[in-house]
Design a protein around this ligand. Structure first.
Ligand SMILES: *[C@@H]1O[C@H](CO)[C@@H](O)[C@H](O)[C@H]1NC(C)=O
Ligand SMILES: *[C@@H]1O[C@H](CO)[C@@H](O)[C@H](O)[C@H]1NC(C)=O
Ligand SMILES: *[C@@H]1O[C@H](CO)[C@@H](O)[C@H](O)[C@H]1NC(C)=O
Ligand SMILES: *[C@@H]1O[C@H](CO)[C@@H](O)[C@H](O)[C@H]1NC(C)=O
Ligand SMILES: *[C@@H]1O[C@H](CO)[C@@H](O)[C@H](O)[C@H]1NC(C)=O
Ligand SMILES: *[C@@H]1O[C@H](CO)[C@@H](O)[C@H](O)[C@H]1NC(C)=O
Ligand SMILES: *[C@@H]1O[C@H](CO)[C@@H](O)[C@H](O)[C@H]1NC(C)=O
Length: 467
């Protein structure tokens, strides 16, 4: 990395440089859940998982308040339904910034504003005001002296890039030049970055078997299967890099060569219907595990090796109320209870993932507790406490008739993990206590069992840079 930067300086080349030296992994927080955890619970989960960067799809006040003083960096969004107003009126934009940004910083570390979402492809009638919206939001930040710390950009679907393979021949759909050129000019002059949504899952699904699954999932490919760009002779071993490079080339085609890229959304669904056979737990796990390793390693792309491409995973929770095919509801890393949908496997990266980075504890019922108090606490946890107690029903894995201690332990532990193991969340009027023994038995798996492996991920960044 250092070497690369020095060479560029020597030759005086204007080139992409990352906003931050190191790439980070963030997570998108969609809220289309029938049982959406409250903002305190969301932030507890983020903290427990060491997630340091999030993207919100709006600027929800309660969420921004919960994120205050958490150390978490936040990208907020101007939703598409507010875009026309913001893009048509400087005053509306200034109001938006006053209400949703200035009111929250510095307590809440807002680092970027995503103005609209995939506007060119999903809301083309708002495209003519997109650049005005960016400029109005930016000038309001300037007026509040916040423009240095908060970047303004707009996320694009990668489908606006045409002929994306080989990447060196890629270009943005020319119909959008009247928007893209001033937008890139804006990103360049304000030191911002291109926000890109990259979905190798859809590229793979739509390719009619042209794209091998392994290539979409970052799995090792035999050299004869690697994709080679015949113009640059660069070798591509995953779709993600090829799409990001296509975006770099498409920008270069319009003479913009120094705008970094942040991938605002990427991921893989863990479940799908009959027409979506590759939306599986295993593929989602493989994609996201490999993605995290790839991004945090600062691998960069073949065109810009070592240049950070920070990336936000889509998404934190499975959104069960999303319309559309089954896969739409299953992009999450966690369910509504904060339990991991799958345990990512990050071994094999040559790193030893230390056990001592985790606080792998459980919350269980005290043996000698008053059964009435236990029952009351159990009822509370499964009721107002919103724990999913379905595993305790007859015929389910944790059902133990006449064993209120076992049932209460299961419910207490679920609540404790749902609350991110925050202090004071394993009390239940004194009938619960923290323990290091995993009470899981047979197929009755307690929350926290998999915590160790999961947390390891988010320490990877630390380990990579402090081996
Ligand atoms: C906010 O985030 C920025 C960007 O990561 C960082 O440089 C800054 O130190 C953070 N501020 C606080 C108060 O944590
Ligand atoms: C928009 O408002 C800002 C203050 O919020 C001002 O500095 C800027 O000049 C205005 N821009 C336009 C195009 O009116
Ligand atoms: C380019 O964009 C225009 C306008 O949205 C659209 O009609 C056209 O289909 C796009 N071209 C391609 C090849 O996707
Ligand atoms: C890019 O720059 C070249 C050389 O200066 C010029 O010929 C070309 O017209 C420019 N292209 C665009 C899209 O501005
Ligand atoms: C990490 O980066 C190094 C080069 O800096 C590269 O050789 C290695 O393959 C990368 N590993 C992964 C998992 O991307
Ligand atoms: C973590 O702890 C488990 C159980 O104590 C042990 O089997 C495993 O080897 C440990 N892993 C590391 C990387 O120390
Ligand atoms: C870690 O676990 C202990 C109990 O062993 C608990 O008292 C403490 O609050 C936990 N710390 C964090 C940061 O969760």
């Amino acid at each position: 990395m250092a070497m690369f930067v020095i060479l560029l300086l020597v030759f005086g080349v204007s080139a992409v440089s990352a906003a931050d030296d190191d790439a980070f992994i963030g997570v998108n927080i969609g809220t289309d859940l029938s049982d959406m955890p409250n903002p305190t619970q969301v932030v507890a989960l983020l903290k427990a998982q060491q997630i340091q960067h999030v993207r919100l799809y709006d600027a929800d006040r309660a969420m921004l308040l919960a994120l205050a003083n958490s150390g978490i960096r936040v990208t907020i969004s101007v939703p598409n339904n507010e875009l026309l107003g913001v893009g048509q009126s400087n005053a509306t934009a200034a109001n938006w910034v006053a209400r949703n940004v200035a009111a929250h910083v510095p307590a809440t570390n807002i680092t970027a504003i995503a103005v609209g979402s995939e506007v060119l492809t999903t809301l083309p009638n708002a495209a003519p005001v997109l650049v005005s919206a960016l400029k109005f939001i930016h000038s309001a930040l300037v007026a509040s002296n916040l423009d240095n710390q908060i970047k303004v950009s707009t996320p694009h679907s990668s489908s606006i890039i045409l002929d994306s393979f080989p990447p060196s021949q890629a270009f943005f759909n020319r119909s959008w030049d009247p928007v893209m050129v001033p937008m890139l000019k804006f990103l360049q002059t304000t030191g911002s970055y291109l926000m890109l949504n990259v979905y190798p899952y859809y590229d793979y699904m739509q390719s009619n078997d042209v794209i091998p699954l392994d290539y979409a999932l970052f799995r090792p490919l035999p050299p004869n299967k690697e994709a080679v760009d015949s113009n640059t002779l660069l070798h591509y071993n995953n779709v993600f890099d090829a799409v990001v490079d296509a975006a770099y080339f498409a920008m270069a085609y319009l003479n913009f060569t120094n705008i970094p890229i942040v991938v605002l959304e990427t991921g893989w669904p863990s479940k799908g219907d009959n027409s979506e056979p590759d939306a599986t737990l295993d593929n989602a796990n493989t994609y996201n595990s490999n993605l995290i390793r790839h991004v945090l390693n600062n691998t960069g792309t073949p065109k810009h090796p070592g240049i950070a491409v920070s990336t936000y995973i889509y998404e934190l929770y499975n959104e069960d109320t999303k319309p559309g095919p089954l896969s739409e509801k299953n992009w999450g890393l966690f369910d509504a209870n904060g339990l991991p949908v799958y345990i990512m496997h990050l071994t094999g990266s040559g790193l030893v993932l230390a056990n001592d980075t985790t606080n792998n504890t459980f919350c269980t019922a005290k043996d000698n507790s008053d059964p009435k108090m236990l029952q009351a606490a159990l009822d509370w946890a499964c009721g107002p406490g919103k724990v999913d107690c379905s595993s305790l029903l007859q015929g389910q894995p944790c059902y133990e008739p006449d064993n209120v201690i076992a049932h209460a332990s299961y419910a207490f532990d679920s609540y404790y993990h749902k609350m991110g193991m925050a202090s004071g969340t394993c009390y239940f009027n004194g009938v619960a206590a923290i323990s290091t023994n995993d009470p899981s038995h047979n197929s009755c798996i307690f929350a926290g069992r998999y915590m160790a492996q999961l947390i390891c991920f988010y320490f990877l960044k630390f380990l990579v840079h402090h081996p």
